[in-house]
Design a protein. Structure first.
Length: 373
């Protein structure tokens, strides 16, 4: 190779290298131009006058017909399936209807034996209502996120807010300063005397017992509940517009354990024919509508094994989670995503279009053009 021929190789290599660098850039520019041209063509096609078949359409007529049909259908369904407009269940109503039963549950709150006191997460570290799925407790895994001490939150704190009652203030100070063992002894003695209590005026009359300050505390709580003050005291206000009814709901829910008289909550459920195998969904708080979609949750409680399982709540939640996930992923599930093609109901809706366009009626055969909106 002559010296004159030597420099040819690097020049060719450089030229090839520059060409490879320019190639992708030019290709990208070409693709961008093509995409822009496609967009312009689509916009032009969308802006062009409609050249397909036309039909008369009266939007006011359709809206009127739709309104009348919906009104008639709603009225018919309201007559057939409406729930009664019941007054709200309150601590005031419970204490007025069953003063002894209310006092018994208040006593269990102080003693730490109520359902709320022994519930477990998310309210406390007990295990009375802890449920498991495949041996795993989601409640315990999440932990106590809404700590509640029923003795303090349901009884002692509301009583401490009462002003102008020196006897109550002395009873509170004596109870709270006593050792836990002495408190439990007072509560046990009061519980035995409660079986022989009688209602007098706004309070209870019990035979003498070594129950310390407990009678004063629970009589004052009963009086506060019957006046409606306890309902207001237990509602937590996290901000101006929001309220938290967890405490009064838990307190009322504990009534199912009452021994002196039938359970207040049980009587309400039985009266509304929603006990045991009689089930349903009702929500009549003022003029707010109910939640009919909850029937799907409550339905699973009537099916074995959830109907008799101690882990029924978490099992129902798991079933609903799986169904919700399946609905969310329906476009990705083979077979399910093909149902519109395999069951071409849309062809019945757009039969005029498919007939006039001459499109094959074979299921799965896509039309050449999309149906008009």
């Amino acid at each position: 190779m002559s010296p004159a021929e030597g420099p040819i190789v690097p020049e060719v290599a450089a030229s090839h290298s520059e060409g490879s660098l320019r190639g992708p850039s030019a290709s990208a520019r070409t693709r961008r131009r093509k995409r822009r041209a496609d967009r312009l063509r689509r916009r032009a096609a969308e802006a062009a006058p409609w050249k397909g078949p036309l039909r008369r359409y009266d939007i006011l007529k359709e809206a009127t017909v739709a309104l009348v049909v919906v009104l008639l259908l709603s009225s018919l369904l309201a007559v057939l399936f409406s729930s009664p407009d019941m007054p709200p269940v309150t601590l005031q109503a419970w204490a007025s209807a069953q003063p002894r039963g209310f006092t018994e549950i208040a006593l269990s709150e102080l003693a730490g034996t109520s359902s709320s006191a022994t519930y477990g997460p998310p309210y406390n570290h007990r295990s009375g209502e802890v449920q498991r799925l495949f041996g795993i407790s989601i409640q315990k895994a999440i932990g106590v996120t809404d700590p509640i001490d029923p003795a303090k939150d349901f009884v002692l704190d509301p009583l401490s807010a009462v002003a102008g009652e020196p006897a109550l203030a002395r009873a509170l100070a004596r109870y709270e300063s006593a050792p836990r063992k002495e408190q439990l002894a007072w509560l046990a003695a009061y519980g035995k005397a409660l079986a022989h209590a009688s209602v007098a005026g706004s309070g209870l009359v019990l035979p003498p017992a070594p129950d310390g300050p407990v009678p004063e505390l629970l009589n004052q709580l009963l009086s506060m509940a019957r006046s409606g003050g306890l309902d207001a005291a237990l509602v937590e206000h996290s901000s101006f517009f929001t309220t938290n009814y967890t405490n009064p709901i838990l307190f009322i829910g504990d009534s199912w354990k009452a021994q002196h008289g039938a359970s207040y909550w049980g009587k309400i459920v039985t009266a509304q024919k929603m006990a045991s195998h009689q089930w349903g969904v009702m929500n009549e708080t003022g003029s707010w509508p109910g939640q009919p979609w909850l029937w799907l949750y409550t339905m699973w409680y009537q099916i074995s094994p959830m109907s008799h399982s101690s882990n029924g709540d978490i099992e129902v939640v798991a079933i609903m989670a799986v169904l919700s996930l399946a609905l969310l992923l329906a476009p990705l599930i083979p077979g399910v995503r093909d149902l519109p093609r395999l069951v071409p109901v849309h062809r019945l809706v757009w039969r005029d279009y498919y007939r006039s366009a001459g499109v094959s009626e074979q299921p799965g055969a896509p039309p050449e053009h999309s149906p008009p909106d």
